[in-house]
Design a protein around this ligand. Structure first.
Ligand code: NAD
Length: 442
């Protein structure tokens, strides 16, 4: 089927490439000319496992094209996906500027009947607004459009795999025919489909992210309590997760959620609730807990050192999670800023997100080219992303290379007995600190 995808970011690009890979003829459209140029050369502008190879393959096999011309891109498309960004406004609401621009450009160029399927995360009622914009502005009055809300659930870092192995595809529409078409497109993926109304589909996306954020804030509060009561959150989470009603996922305590989705979507849902005169107390607490949690590692370090002035601090992990180069709302940004303001010498390293970080964090900062280089002569290390490279790092190198082997681990990467064995002072989340007797590093 001929498909157009407007917006080639983490969602649009993965969607377009995967749909091409299952045999559709896909044109991806983006306003970012540099991005389109790169993609035409077969190069991925984002780090996402498996994506680069698939882009090349599907361009070569002539199923995948890129353009910045909407007219050219949507020409003859049976389905036009909208996958543009919906970032937070200053007051926390979803900024729908790109959505509205995409709808206007569809209206301007659409020349045959099509299904408009929104993958972007949008407040309840937005798809009705998209329909109204297109209907009001379309040049050709004879063209009919159908609307489908088709929210996306892929996770950055495993987006391609998630597309082929998703838990469900939500198709929200008031048109049976349009829902059939979107279901048909996805058939080769063999992912379960659940059909709903448009508004329910929009709500499913926000409710899912808010629930996952709630799980994270909940386990983090339990972790903080564990620290006070000498329990170990790793054991507690494992024991909780064995209960099928709870499940083992999303019970990793840490320094809170970040990224391009949870912070913005929880804030947006708070606003959506407020607009509907609903006091969403639980979600408000989830956000508050998360904001507090993000500062917890710095507080531990402050207690340990008193001042950060002139300390050499290695920051391992800049991306908001492993296997991505996305640093939106990453814990690293705020933490490095505090360290810089306090007069520390910051050395940072991430396996994939260095280039993106360089655009956001200005000097003084040293960008190391490996974990070993980052920790060399450091007074302490902060681990902010659980990259496999850090989890599998040879612990003895911390003792050998650092000035003083003191670790603040926001992702609980290491086993407490092992760090003890290597003579490392270790502060993690929800577990007793390892402070070696008779060993006063500073
Ligand atoms: N990133 C995720 O993990 C994820 C997961 C599920 C849902 N979502 C949702 O999907 C949407 C997209 O997220 P993303 O992370 O891919 O965003 P992104 O910022 O990575 O990409 C958005 C792209 O849209 C392009 N764009 C903006 N306006 C445009 C226009 N008028 N015409 C054509 N292109 C335009 C931008 O240049 C950019 O390349 C958001 O609503 C997000 O909440 C994201």
């Amino acid at each position: 089927m001929k498909i157009a995808v407007i917006g080639t970011g983490y969602v649009g690009l993965v969607t377009g490439v995967c749909l091409a890979d299952i045999g559709h003829e896909v044109t991806c459209i983006d306003v970012d000319i540099a991005k389109v140029r790169l993609l035409r050369e077969g190069k991925s502008p984002i780090f996402e496992p498996g994506l680069q190879e698939m882009i090349k393959k599907n361009i070569t096999e002539d199923r995948l094209r890129f353009t910045n011309q909407v007219g050219e891109g949507i020409d003859q498309a049976r389905v036009i996906y909208i996958a543009v960004g919906t970032p937070s406004n200053a007051e926390g609401t979803a900024d729908l500027k790109s959505i509205e621009e995409a709808a206007i450009s569809i209206a301007r160029f659409i020349s045959q009947d099509a299904v408009i399927a929104t993958k972007s995360t949008v407040p309840i009622g937005t798809n009705d607004r998209i329909r109204a914009i297109i209907e009001e502005n379309k040049r050709d009055a004879s063209v009919t459009i159908d609307i489908v809300s088709n929210p996306e659930f892929l996770r950055e870092g495993s987006a391609v795999n998630d597309t082929f192995n998703g838990d469900r595809i939500i198709i929200g529409s008031d048109s049976e025919k349009a829902a059939d078409i979107v279901e048909e497109i996805n058939k080769p993926l063999q992912v379960p489909v659940y059909r709903t109304s448009i508004r329910s589909a929009e709500m499913i996306k926000y409710a899912s992210n808010a629930f996952l954020a709630t799980k994270i804030s909940f386990i983090n509060e339990i972790a903080n309590l564990c620290e006070k009561l000498d329990a170990d959150i790793t054991e507690v989470a494992q024991g909780m997760g064995m209960d099928k009603r709870i499940g083992p996922h999303f019970l990793n305590a840490g320094i809170g959620y970040g990224g391009s989705c949870f912070p913005k979507d929880t804030n947006a849902l708070m606003q959506i609730a407020g607009d509907a005169d609903h006091d969403f107390k639980l979600l408000k607490s989830v956000i508050e807990v998360n904001n507090k949690q993000r500062a917890i590692l710095l507080e531990k370090a402050k207690q340990r050192f008193g001042s950060f002035k002139e300390l050499t601090v290695a920051v391992l992990g800049l991306a908001f999670k492993p296997n991505t180069d996305d640093i939106r709302e990453a814990a690293s940004l705020g933490l490095i800023d505090v360290l810089q303001q306090a007069g520390s010498n910051v050395k940072a390293y991430d396996p994939a997100a260095m280039d993106k970080t360089k655009r956001f964090i200005s000097p003084p900062i040293y960008y190391a080219s490996s974990t070993e280089e980052a920790i060399q002569d450091a007074d302490c290390v902060f681990i902010l992303t659980e990259w496999p490279e850090f989890i599998n790092f040879d612990l003895k190198l911390f003792t050998l290379k650092m000035k003083t082997p003191i670790l603040f681990d926001g992702r609980n990467c290491y086993n407490l007995d092992e760090v003890k064995l290597h003579g490392i002072e270790y502060h993690s989340i929800g577990r007793p600190s390892v402070v070696l007797e008779g060993c006063h590093y500073i």
